[in-house]
Every structure is written in structure tokens, then in C-alpha cells.
Design a binder for this molecule. Structure first.
Ligand SMILES: *Cc1c(COP(=O)(O)O)cnc(C)c1O
Length: 378
């Protein structure tokens, strides 16, 4: 089966894990610190904080910014549910904003501005599929409306622009992301005081960690804020250090495969819409396409599966999930809903080659000819 995504793991990761075992120090030691410094450097940032998921990273950011009950946070609905859940964690209200267009399925700036109220405090920008929104335009909106910009950069590690939009960015190293530690995440925030607060809240709000107490030979610590246990361990950091060294060329491979997809899909599937037709900075995290409005998506999925090709959907919109639709039944996002109905995510990962891209494009072309519409199948 050609999978939508798969990690690249090998002897380097195995050896790195063995070194951690041999060191007899399993969590929050030198490797976590080294990973934080290397990850920051890869993004042109001073420093970063490693955590155990992007979800934890988002929670820590919103918590440190003091967001809470009564505050509204603008979020896209075309995202993974964790983006909106993090807003609920701090008791604030997620306000869903539609996408710009099928070609640019990022949060619409015009609609975001229209949804601002005196209670709107922040925006969480999601770099959907790895494609970055227009930084200057969002920063101008943030100034006009006095909003804090937060990046959910789960799809976009390894670009220097990422982490420079606003107050902070959250990254994911989950197994299907551009680099992985199994579970894991990180925060970049350019304000050192904010990052220090996030670092402390990551570990129960304690004023020092196990390792610092060993080095300082002072066994005591204080707790000066509410904190959480969102720590990363040495095993994951060791994997992260290896993966980070490959990230730039893996992202380059993803961009080359995406360019190849654009050529082959244009040849095999003339009725297909391939979003992000205009160049913009991207990590090419996934390969989303939009089927023609009358295509039978399930039949296309089944056709590709029979050809040994996995596909997925990004995303079922968050505002249509039972939890969210029962809390906010009146949200209507027509462009997001149309996109989500027609979207299909094709395999894209650096182990693929041009031949695999040709196989997928040819299979999709045949599927679309066979299943042009639900009626044709019935
Ligand atoms: C994967 C993902 C997350 C959550 O990441 P975890 O590390 O699994 O918590 C959040 N937002 C987006 C857009 C994601 O794709």
C-alpha cells in the first residue's frame, strides 16, 4: 500500500536511542536542551521549548498569554480539532472563520476582520498543508484590531518565516508530520519572558527541574505558577536531533514531488482542482486536491485503494464535529464545507519518487473517468 504519509526512520535513530539508554538519563537532560537549541536555530530563533505534543504547545501558549473566559479566539474550521480544543482548555471561545477560496484554503483575512468583536484577543493561523499565509497582511490586521497572532505550525516545521508572524508558534512531531519524535512538539516565541513562562509551565510551574537541582546541588524548588506536565523525554529528543538534520532536504523532496504531482495531475485529471496554484512558501506537508463537485468521492477512494493507494481527508471541519456543533449549532462556513466535501489527500512523503506520483495521478484519472458522478455509478 502506498501510504498518504510515512516517517523515515533507520539506524541513526536506533543508535541515538541506544545512546540514551546507555546514558542512564531518560528525561529532560542534555538531549532535550540540545534539541531545543537546534530546533530554534533551524528557524532563526533564539530558543525554543520542547513539549510532548503540539496540542500541549498550543495550550501552553494560550495559557501564558492569559487568555480565558470571555475572550474570543479566531480559528479556522479546516484544521485538526486540537487547534480549537486548545482554546476550550483555557475557557476562551473559539470563533470559526471560513477559508479564503478553494485555491487558497487558508483562513480568510477579510472574514476574520468581520468576525472581530471587542472580546476578540487572538487569532490562531494554521499553515494548512504546509502553505504559509501572507504575513504582512495578518500583521497589519493584528495591529488594526489589537490581536495576538499565534501560529499552529504543525504542518510547517523547517521554514524560517515560521515563528515570526506574531507572539508564538506551536509545532508537532507526531508520527505523520514532516519530522517526528513519535509524540512531541515545540514552542517558538521571540519574547524571552514569554518563552521562560512557557518553559516553567511545561514542568508543573516548578522553578527548577531535576537536572538543574543536580547541577546546583540545591534540592529545593518552588512553584510560582500553575503548571502542567508537558515534558519531552530524552528518547524523543534524541530521535528529534537526528530527524532535524534531515528536515531541510526532506522538505525539498516534498516540494519536488508536489511540483511533479502538479504536472502529472494536469495531464491525467483535467477536471481536478489542485489548491495553491500560485507559489508561496511551503513545507508541502500533504497533497490536497479537490474533486469535481459531482464526483463520487467514496467511489474514487475505493478505486485508488484497489490500486494500492491510500487516501485521506483534510479535514472534516471542526465546527461540524458533534462536540462543536452541539456547543455552537449556528456556525455556517460555506467555503470550508464545500472544500471539505470535495477534498482528497494523496500520498506524499520523501520516500516516494516520480514513478509513484505518476501511478497515483494515472489511477486518480481513471477513477474520475469511471466515477464521474454519483448518478453515473447508480
Ligand atoms: C497534528 C496537528 C496538531 C496536533 O499535534 P499533536 O502533536 O498530535 O498534538 C495540531 N494542529 C494541526 C494542524 C495538526 O495537523
Amino acid at each position: 500500500m502506498l501510504l498518504v504519509g510515512e516517517p523515515i526512520l533507520g539506524d541513526e535513530e536506533k543508535n541515538a536511542l541506544c545512546d540514551v539508554i546507555d546514558s542512564n538519563w531518560l528525561t529532560m537532560g542534555d538531549r532535550v536542551r540540545a534539541f531545543e537549541e537546534a530546533f530554534a536555530q533551524a528557524h532563526g530563533a533564539e530558543d525554543s521549548v520542547a513539549v510532548n505534543s503540539c496540542t500541549a504547545a498550543l495550550h501552553l501558549i494560550l495559557h501564558a498569554l492569559g487568555l480565558g473566559p470571555g475572550d474570543e479566539v479566531l480559528v479556522p474550521a479546516l484544521t485538526f480539532v486540537a487547534t480549537a480544543n486548545s482554546v476550550l482548555y483555557v475557557g476562551a471561545t473559539p470563533v470559526f472563520v471560513d477559508i479564503q477560496s478553494p485555491d487558497v484554503p487558508l483562513m480568510s483575512l477579510a472574514e476574520a476582520e468581520a468576525r472581530c468583536t471587542p472580546r476578540t484577543k487572538a487569532v490562531i493561523l494554521v499553515h494548512f498543508a504546509g502553505y504559509l499565509p501572507d504575513r504582512g497582511a495578518w500583521q497589519a490586521l493584528a495591529r488594526r484590531r489589537n490581536l495576538m497572532l499565534i501560529e499552529d505550525a504543525a504542518h510547517a516545521p523547517g521554514l524560517r518565516e515560521v515563528g515570526t508572524y506574531g507572539v508564538a508558534a506551536a509545532f508537532s512531531f507526531y508520527g505523520n508530520k514532516n519530522m517526528t519524535t513519535g509524540e512531541g512538539g515545540a514552542v517558538i516565541a521571540r519574547d524571552g519572558a514569554l518563552l521562560a513562562q512557557i518553559r516553567q509551565a511545561r514542568g508543573h510551574g516548578m522553578t527548577s527541574g531535576t537536572r538543574q537541582r543536580l547541577d546546583a546541588r540545591t534540592p529545593t524548588y518552588d512553584v510560582t505558577m500553575i503548571g502542567f506536565n508537558y515534558r519531552l523525554d530524552e528518547l524523543r529528543a534524541a530521535i528529534g536531533l537526528v530527524q532535524l538534520r534531515h528536515l531541510a532536504h526532506w522538505n525539498e523532496a516534498r516540494r519536488a514531488l508536489t511540483a511533479e504531482y502538479r504536472r502529472r495531475l494536469a495531464a491525467h485529471c483535467p477536471d481536478l482542482t489542485v489548491p495553491f496554484s500560485q507559489p508561496r512558501p511551503t513545507t508541502c506537508h500533504i497533497m490536497p486536491v479537490l474533486l469535481p463537485a459531482d464526483a463520487d468521492r467514496q467511489a474514487v477512494i475505493d478505486h485508488l485503494r484497489a490500486d494500492g493507494i491510500q487516501t485521506t481527508i483534510h479535514y472534516s471541519p471542526v465546527h461540524r464535529m458533534t462536540l462543536y456543533s452541539s456547543l455552537w449549532p449556528d456556525v455556517s462556513l460555506p467555503r470550508t464545507e464545500d472544500f471539505a466535501r470535495r477534498e482528497l489527500t494523496l500520498p506524499l512523503h520523501p520516500r516516494m519518487d516520480a514513478q509513484a506520483v505518476e501511478t497515483v495521478a494515472a489511477s486518480l484519472g481513471a477513477a474520475l473517468r469511471n466515477h464521474a458522478s454519483a448518478e453515473a455509478v447508480a
